[in-house]
Design a protein around this ligand. Structure first.
Ligand code: PBG
Length: 330
């Protein structure tokens, strides 16, 4: 790198006017970078506020379809669905997760029928369906890896059968991407994508999400035996390498802002699309800052989203997607 010296070099020359800043800008944020996570609940024409995520609601299927249409209109390429499963359908083994008539599958079918041209991403993990809030099947106090894989394969299968375009395993079991890929190939779903939550950390930023899907109050203990240790970076690269070898089409880093170094490292080491999930706690933090008058909401939203692009993301899952899209459209 060549560095100039003052006064022959004056970095402010390039920043002096708006047209020049436009011309010199290294990264660009577009509505095509945004993926919108939506929470689904049973019922009709009802939006229920999520207290820990001001501005976000759980929606009944009819309203999710409306939101999908709005996303499409705004130019957002894809939405991600998360179910709030009624307590009476939760069980030790999360069996509702493999029911082809479950809330997520019915939602996927409704969206496909009415808003065919938007990408649908479905999570694969058992936590919305288990009475203990863990992402897998618990045996002797431990989330059993290989038993859980059997359930995840079936969960992925019913979701693609319903019309899901992208399977996103968020469970962090070993070997799940390979197991799902083999199943999809065998059952002739050759074109279903897998977006692997490759580097997903055992984070304190998931709290509001767990309220939204109703797993928070149920969760006993933590998820540290499968989600990653926030202290680790090299391990994230091993996780990404495994998921690519097993058949992932894209990978994800989660949470987002506290892990931008991981995004950058993944980008530098692998040539595959990398997404980040700006998670519920990050959303809540921005909303809290704005509500407290500590920062301008719109500016905070756009600046944080741009930082994902600068770190090397191909796109971002964000609860601010629709708002950001409106801002980007001016
Ligand atoms: C489920 C899942 C979680 C999130 C996405 N999928 C929660 C968790 O792992 O406990 C978090 C998303 C968010 O906080 O916005 N496995």
């Amino acid at each position: 790198m060549i560095a100039g010296s003052f006064p022959s070099s004056r970095p402010r020359r390039n920043r002096q006017s708006s047209w020049s800043r436009d011309m010199m800008r290294e990264n660009h944020l577009s509505v095509k970078d945004l993926i919108w996570p939506l929470f689904v609940q049973e019922g009709n024409n009802t939006a229920s506020k999520i207290t820990s995520m001001p501005g976000v609601s759980r929606l009944t299927i009819d309203l999710v379809v409306e939101h999908a249409a709005k996303a499409k209109e705004l130019g957002i390429p894809a939405i991600a669905l998360f179910p709030n499963t009624p307590d009476e359908l939760k069980s030790e083994d999360g069996y509702e997760g493999v029911n082809p008539e479950n809330l997520v599958c019915r939602t996927v079918r409704a969206i496909k029928a009415q808003v065919p041209d938007i990408g649908i991403i479905c999570d694969v993990a058992l936590d919305p369906y288990t009475t203990h809030g863990q992402d897998g099947i618990v045996k002797n106090g431990y989330v059993d890896n290989d038993l859980t894989l059997e359930a995840l394969i079936n969960q992925a299968h019913i979701q693609v059968n319903a019309g899901c375009d992208i399977i996103a395993p968020s469970d962090m079991m070993d070997g799940r991407v390979g197991a799902i890929r083999r199943t999809l190939e065998m059952r002739e779903f050759h074109n279903v994508q897998i977006m692997a939550y490759a580097a997903k950390y055992a984070s304190a930023f998931y709290g509001p999400f767990r309220d939204a899907v109703g797993s928070g109050g149920l969760l006993k203990g933590d998820k540290k035996s499968y989600q990653m240790d926030p202290a680790n970076g090299d391990e994230a690269l091993r996780e990404v390498a495994l998921d690519i070898t097993e058949g992932a089409d894209s990978v994800m880093v989660k949470p987002g802002l506290p892990y931008l170094d991981i995004v950058r490292d993944v980008r530098a080491n692998f040539n595959i699309p990398v997404y980040a999930y700006q998670v519920s706690g990050e959303y809540a933090m921005i909303e809290a800052a704005a509500a407290a008058g500590a920062g301008d909401r719109d500016a905070l939203v756009l600046e944080t989203l741009m930082s994902f692009k600068r770190a090397g993301c191909s796109g971002v899952l964000t609860y601010h997607a629709a708002h950001a899209a409106k801002l980007l459209h001016g």
